[in-house]
Design a protein around this ligand. Structure first.
Ligand code: F6P
Length: 538
């Protein structure tokens, strides 16, 4: 793999990034009035406009040359064809196979994968139809009408995002529990009828502490409230979505209630697998299929479009420009839709767990920045909290705006949302100069503009468009990882905290901190124990 950051293109981009005479966004628009159409692309009702970035033709072509040097096209083919590109775990990366309807590899390994995926989809459809037609019954013979998904990270965020984005008032109640903090589960169990509740234990590994603890607490609650034994409760009220069916069986879940997926599906890419079961149960199997189809449309585009007309590649390159050459280390995600309120949180995992890394694919430390710090919130709420920072802070944060042209509610609010969305985009890019032409405005009131943003407009918020939107970001993350020469599909960093927590949990049970095991944490452990002691004396 070439060391991109020592290449001529990289060095030229570094010089351009520091050039104080670079045309501003406003100047770029003046120089080329057709700029917005030239920097916009569309796919099936998803319109991406990257024109409001300080990227001129020279910069764009240098960024595109980074793609060639990183062999992006070959790497895309390697991913889609099942090569083991997750080198640190020796695994293929095939979430795209979960949404593939084409026969790409007749009689080859990919076709076998396709057959297993289809068998899995049939199992999901069967359960969905049984549940939604009122024919799924609990241990006491009552009809199941509520589903609680217990999972965390990728086993929670994707399904929760989609269900919340698309649910209608007539859809069944699906709840999501993730935190080990009992108040999360308690708040969902409160007011829920145990006789009518189905729990999905969603965990790729089936070992995650939060999920296994919540599953055990839910089981105890069921047994106590229905006065039944554990095996009866598990048989009638528990299903598992997992890549570790043995552990699910050990927990007591019936083989027919285990919805399996595979090690080549990364946790943060798993909503397209059986982990998407709450989507199917909540919105209907056809909606789940439409979601897969929307993602597949983006996959086919990503695979076949030339780099300069490729939506994920264009989005990735604007990020590379900002992070590596302009020194902007954050990225704000601003959906103008209440239904997409958790989209920033979803992207936090997708982007930061994938690309928050400092070691390249040959195990060498790298000298450039990788994943942006993803943060954000939905409009119009953020306008009354952090928009001020975006507009006038010396720290510049590029923004991705997501606007929905026809909302599900289809009411007057869509006009206000769009107007506010376009207003923020304009204020960031062009500032207040035009309004302050007299030149007498106080400095504190001037909005300088020249703040970059991308705009994504969805004709409608529906299963297909949201499928395309998520696949757009998945592939953007992949392309950025290729340019940074990192493995976007492992997450070794999170393991240390998990093992330390186990040790510390035991230390919290000990009477005193042993003098020989004094650590920088000892004062905190002692302070926690003191507080517990004081509380017990009250
Ligand atoms: O700890 C991080 C992580 O492994 C994520 O990658 C994953 O989505 C989440 O935990 C949950 O893991 P699991 O699905 O195995 O419970």
């Amino acid at each position: 793999m070439p060391r991109l950051h020592t290449s001529d293109s990289w060095k030229k981009l570094e010089q351009l990034g520091e050039d104080t005479k670079l045309s501003t966004i406003e100047e770029l628009f003046r120089e080329d009035p057709s700029r917005s159409t030239q920097h916009s692309l569309e796919l099936n009702g998803l319109y991406l406009d990257c024109s409001r970035n300080q990227i001129d033709k020279r910069i764009k072509s240098l960024l595109l040359s980074l793609c060639d040097q990183a062999h992006v096209s070959d790497q895309i083919n390697a991913m889609f064809s099942g090569k083991k590109i997750n080198i640190s775990e020796n695994r293929a990366v095939l979430h795209t196979a979960l949404r593939s309807s084409e026969k790409t590899d007749p009689d080859g390994p990919l076709d076998d994968i396709r057959k297993s995926v289809h068998a899995n989809l049939e199992q999901m459809q069967h359960l969905t139809d049984t549940f939604r037609s009122g024919k799924l019954f609990g241990a006491t013979g009552e009809q199941i009408d509520t589903v609680i998904n217990i999972g965390i990270g990728g086993s929670d965020l994707g399904p929760k995002l989609i269900y919340n984005a698309l649910k209608k008032s007539e859809d069944p109640r699906i709840l999501f529990v993730s935190n080990i903090d009992e108040s999360d589960l308690d708040s969902k169990l409160n007011g829920t009828n145990p006789a009518r509740t189905l729990f999905i234990v969603a965990s790729k590994t089936f070992t995650t502490a939060e999920t296994m603890t919540n599953a055990s607490t839910a089981l105890t609650w069921l047994c106590k409230n229905l006065n039944i034994d554990e095996q009866n409760a598990i048989t009638h009220h528990f299903i598992a979505t997992t890549a570790n069916p043995r552990a699910a069986k050990k927990f007591g879940i019936q083989p027919k209630n285990i919805f399996e997926f595979w090690d080549w599906v990364g946790g943060r890419y798993s909503l397209w697998s059986a982990v998407g079961l709450p989507i199917s149960l909540g919105l209907g199997f056809q909606q789940f299929k439409a979601l897969l189809k929307g993602a597949e449309d983006m996959d086919l585009h990503f695979k076949s479009a030339p780099n300069d007309k490729n939506l994920p590649i264009l989005l990735a390159l604007t990020g590379i420009w900002h992070i590596n050459f302009k020194g902007y280390s954050a990225q704000a995600i601003l959906p103008y839709a209440e239904r997409l309120a958790i989209f920033p949180e979803y992207l936090q995992q997708l982007e930061m767990e994938s690309n928050g890394k400092m070691t390249d694919r040959s195990e060498k430390n790298i000298k450039y920045n990788t994943s942006p710090i993803i943060w954000g919130s939905r409009g119009t709420n953020f306008q009354h909290s952090f928009a001020q920072h975006l507009l006038q802070s010396p720290t510049i944060t590029p923004c991705d705006f997501i606007g929905v042209i026809t909302t599900i509610e289809g009411d007057e609010s869509e006009k206000s949302l769009l107007a506010n969305c376009l207003a923020q985009i304009e204020a960031l890019a062009f500032g207040s100069q035009k309004q302050e032409s007299s030149g007498q405005a106080k400095q504190s009131r001037i909005i300088e503009g020249n703040r970059p943003s991308n705009v994504i407009l969805l004709d409608e918020l529906n299963a297909s468009s949201i499928g395309s939107l998520l696949a757009l970001y998945e592939h953007k993350v992949f392309v950025q990882g290729l340019i940074w020469n990192i493995n976007s599909f492992d997450q070794w960093g999170v393991e240390l905290g998990k093992s330390l927590a186990k040790v510390i949990e035991k230390q919290l049970d000990e009477e005193n901190v042993e003098s020989e095991s004094i650590t920088p944490n000892s004062n905190l452990l002692e302070r926690i124990k003191l507080s517990k002691y004081r509380a017990s004396q009250k």
